[in-house]
Ligand binder design. Structure first.
Ligand code: ADP
Ligand code: MG
Ligand code: MG
Length: 927
């Protein structure tokens, strides 16, 4: 518990104006209303609103969130809270003609948490509060004995767990033991006598673990339950949920105390949950489940199989019609799909909860369209009814979880959304081989982490699972680009690539075993689940985007390296390419040997010879990309990564050299294949080749490659590389221009820190452009600009803008260099940092507006001071993250650029940001 107790004097200090802490609802009117979610929490506001609307809601009162904040500050509520609660209880008792836990008709209540934003899993509700050794007998007499004892044992169990912190298992052990002893299977088969015994044993469990008796005093039960709800605001589950969903820790929760109604009184009673439309598909249909003779969580607990809600029409037609009528009214009233809970007691319907229902992206779009058609909401409001990230649902396969058994093996980072189901393989080569043998084979590549060497395996795999690495690890970035599902950094998965097996939760999985990945939530699931196909051409999606897009004032481009991705990006609505990484072009089959030859060259002559071979290959790729982007700008970045990324690892070479003499012929043959790109043709070559390769690798070795010989530093030390790339770009541009394609190249120099670096590279690009235009007797318009990815570059942006015609913020590296976090290793630190609240979110996933964002703003201002028409964009991973897109819009950027599969999300986020400003209000976003 994170509260501190202040000295008594402080606690007693009373306020001059009394705060209204407790809000009553019942008898057709409530003190509060539906708009007061801040004060009453979502549940309390809903109960008040339903009461005011004259709906059948069991009466009660809500203790507002300020009492919780006070509790967190002081470790106790003030006397005023107690006094107001007692007054409300008094009012409730009078209204019901009952006394809490007393007399021959005792009042029983539920104690329910409820914060402003619904937080499933924060605190379990306590039902039947007020029962004790006396009132249970009274209830037994009035209703039925079995029902009374069952309610009591449920109370002790819930109270014991939630308030007294006793493990659920302690109670379950007793309960299951009793069932065994009585030789019955179902809970409902235990009779009153057995339940009475359970109660006695439960009390012993309480005494043993809580070192006190189960409180017999009903008022004491209530006070303890209330305080437990307040404390639950700071339990781990709740804190975790708030972190993921970006909800403030300061809000606090309200407590709802409500008269019990009983769904377990017999065959004319029941309880259920439902939605006014199908939350998975958006179809307008009454959707939900219920159980007769059941209480509270029985419907969702899986003990009994609930029945589809339409069946209720047969069992109790009047109640069914009333429920349909009420929920239809609620939907009209809230102008949104409702998620509701109800209980039927002795044939009478009670509403226990209503709220805007959570839904899939598909359903969100459909429901928004329907509601505009039905005149419930405006098109402007509809734009906000879909969370930008939900649009992924249309682009990627999803797991079909209906009726399937889900065993979650591990949770990693949701690195790239969608689903993948396949047989595991542990190396890229195995993946390629398996798919080569059977084109229909579905494989999932499981690695400690991936490297550029794994690309061919990643291409053919359905999904990728890694045990290390963060949201901008190689696996994460590459798969997002491919629109392929990836779960990264699943630390519980112990991958042994050599033995070709992985261990998780004490189970061993071998090559060929089936697993399912959910890249949207980061779950790794055992076995073979079904999937649902993506539907990017969905006409309803198109219609929805047709409403949103006109609001958007900044462009959305895609990061795409090869023609295929560029075509994909266009299909998703990209308006150009914001980042074309030329090095990714070199990983193709025939290109990598030339690339390697270029890197291995230790003199300019050899290097030029290798570059000459690369030129036509690179030119062809550019031609493809330019064609795909006809009429739209294409930003091409000159070579950026440290060169050793293209070479084998130093350690691996050392091991191979040391063991070469003892190697079998077969192993040697494998090595020859492995090093064929470096010139190995026969086993005999290895003895000379490996040491010379190692020598070059040693030469290129850097302790901090991320801060090393990379970016424009490569182009400055090896100007012939920039020359070749510029030539490939302009030759391609002229060639497609001759075919009538409108081509707009923007040459981007990476990792500049000074004006002189920029000038050096711009000179080469401009010189080559001139040469090519003269040779081909044709010119095309182009720009030369830079990526801003070092703090120094941001600080001297006014200088750099003298030469740079555009800026593109490379926020992956800018985050890395501003924080001094290595993006490949940050996962060793981040989880603890987030856990401890030192950092709120992964700054590589969500732009750190307070820090990195300041550099972005400053560079934008300084750059435009020098060059007022400076074109500015972002090409880091943040370009597709909704809150970061909003920031880019507010900073005055011309465009954002992101992976093709995030283009739709970025379009909607940019439209929402602009619409919010234009309309002056948020159009009623659901949360
Ligand atoms: P959650 O936020 O987890 O849905 P709730 O407070 O809504 O928690 O309640 C959990 C279960 O208890 C629900 O099935 C609800 O319908 C039931 N419940 C809550 N209060 C009452 C009550 N006063 N009478 C009968 N059932 C109740
Ligand atoms: Mg509920
Ligand atoms: Mg970079």
């Amino acid at each position: 518990m994170a509260t501190t107790t202040l000295p008594e004097a402080e606690v007693l200090e009373t306020k001059t104006t009394t705060t209204k802490y407790v809000y009553f609802f019942g008898d057709g009117k409530a003190d509060g209303n539906g708009k007061m979610k801040d004060v009453l929490g979502g549940k309390g506001a809903g109960l008040a609103e339903m009461t005011n609307a004259g709906l059948p809601v069991p009466p009660g009162f809500t203790i507002q969130t300020e009492a919780c904040r006070e509790y967190m500050r002081r470790g106790a509520v003030s006397r005023e809270v107690d006094a107001q609660m007692d007054a409300a209880l008094d009012k409730l008792e009078k209204l019901q003609g009952q006394k809490l836990g007393k007399g021959d008709n005792p009042l029983l209540v539920s104690v329910r948490s409820g914060a402003k934003f619904s937080m499933p899993g924060m605190m379990d509700t306590i039902l039947n509060l007020g029962l004790n050794d006396h009132s249970v007998e009274a209830l037994a007499k009035r209703a039925a004995a079995r029902f009374a004892y069952d309610s009591y044992r449920r109370l002790i169990q819930m109270f014991g767990n939630v308030v007294l912190d006793i493990e659920k298992a302690e109670f379950e052990e007793v309960f299951d033991g009793k069932k065994k002893q009585k030789k019955v299977k179902l809970d409902t088969e235990l009779d009153s006598k057995a339940l009475k015994e359970v109660i006695e044993e439960y009390k012993k469990v309480v005494k043993k673990h809580a070192k006190r008796d189960f409180p017999q005093d009903a008022h004491e039960q209530l006070v303890m339950a209330r305080d437990a709800v307040f404390r639950s605001w700071n339990n781990d589950r709740a804190k975790h949920y708030r972190r993921i969903n970006n909800i403030s820790d300061d809000l606090g929760t309200a407590v709802n105390v409500q008269a019990m109604v009983f769904g377990n009184l017999g065959e004319t009673s029941g309880t259920g949950v439902g939605f006014t439309r199908n939350p998975a598909t958006g179809t307008k249909e009454f959707y939900g489940e219920f159980l007769m003779n059941a209480q509270g969580e029985d419907v969702v607990s899986g003990v009994r199989t609930p029945v589809h809600i339409t069946e209720l029409e047969k069992i109790m037609p009047d109640v069914y019609n009333q429920l349909r009528d009420i929920t239809t009214r609620l939907e009209k009233h809230y102008k949104d799909m409702q998620d509701f809970e109800f209980t039927i007691q002795d044939g009478k319907l009670y509403m226990l909860q209503t709220r805007n229902g959570k839904r899939t992206g598909l359903a969100a779009v459909r429901v928004a369209l329907q509601m505009v058609d039905e005149g419930l909401i405006t098109k402007e409001e509809a734009i906000f009814r879909v969370e930008p990230n939900q649009l992924y649902d249309f682009l990627v396969p999803r797991l079909d979880e209906k009726g399937q058994k889900i065993e979650v093996l591990a949770k990693g980072l949701p690195a790239s959304p969608g689903a993948a189901v396949g047989q595991i393989v542990f190396t890229a080569d195995d993946a390629v081989e398996k798919v080569g043998r059977d084109r229909k084979a579905a494989v999932i590549l499981v690695r400690g982490e991936t490297t550029p060497e794994d690309i061919h395996g990643m291409e053919v795999a359905k999904g990728i699972l890694t045990s290390r690495g963060g949201m901008t690890s190689h696996a994460a970035v590459v798969t997002r680009g491919m629109g392929k599902c990836c779960v990264a950094g699943a630390g519980d998965v112990d991958v042994n690539e050599k033995a070709r097996e992985m261990r998780v939760k004490g189970q061993v999985f071998k090559e060929g075993d089936w697993i399912s990945l959910d890249g949207t939530t980061g779950r790794v699931i055992k076995g073979k689940l079904n999937t649902l196909d993506p539907s990017p051409d969905d006409p309803e999606l198109q219609k929805f985007m047709g409403w949103a897009d006109p609001y958007r004032t900044i462009k959305v481009r895609a990061n795409a390296d090869i023609p295929r991705d560029a075509i994909q990006a266009r299909a998703f609505g990209a308006e150009g390419i914001g980042l074309c990484r030329t090095e990714h072009m070199f990983f193709g089959e025939q290109k990598i040997p030339n690339m390697r030859a270029m890197i291995l060259a230790d003199n300019e002559k050899d290097r030029r010879a290798a570059l000459k071979k690369l030129l036509p290959l690179q030119r062809n790729d550019f031609i493809g990309v330019f064609r795909a982007m006809d009429g739209f700008p294409v930003t091409i970045r000159t070579l950026d990564p440290p060169l050793h990324e293209f070479l084998p690892s130093r350690e691996e070479l050392m091991v191979n050299i040391a063991t070469l003499s003892q190697m079998s012929a077969k192993d040697k043959k494998e090595l020859v294949t492995k090093y064929k790109d470096y010139g190995a043709k026969a086993a005999g070559d290895l003895k000379k080749l490996l040491p010379s390769l190692l020598a070059r690798v040693e030469q290129l070795h850097e302790f901090n490659p991320m801060l090393g010989h990379r970016g424009c530093r490569l182009g400055i030390t090896y100007p012939e590389i920039t020359e070749m790339q510029a030539r490939a770009i302009f030759e391609a541009a002229v060639a497609v221009a001759k075919d009538g394609v409108k081509v707009i190249p923007e040459v981007m120099i990476p990792l500049t820190a000074t004006l002189k670096e920029m000038a050096n590279q711009a000179e080469i690009v401009n010189r080559v452009a001139k040469e090519v235009f003269a040779e081909k007797e044709r010119t095309v318009d182009y720009l030369v600009g830079t990526m801003i990815e070092l703090p120094r570059a941001a600080l001297v942006a006014d200088e750099i803008a003298k030469e740079a015609q555009f800026f593109s913020f490379g926020t992956n590296d800018l985050t890395q260099t501003t924080w001094g976090f290595s993006r490949d290793d940050v996962n060793k630190i981040l989880p603890t940092y987030i856990e401890e609240g030192i950092i709120k979110q992964d700054p590589f996933a969500v732009l750190d507006q307070d820090g990195v964002g300041q550099l972005v703003k400053l560079a934008t201002e300084r750059g435009r001071k020098t060059r007022s028409n400076l074109k500015i964009g972002i090409c880091g991973e943040h370009g597709g993250e909704p809150s970061s897109v909003e920031f880019c819009y507010k900073t005055g950027m011309n465009y954002v650029s992101c992976s093709p599969f995030r283009v739709l999300t970025a379009r909607l986020a940019a439209a929402q940001a602009a619409a919010t400003e234009k309309l002056g209000v948020e159009g009623g976003r659901t949360k």
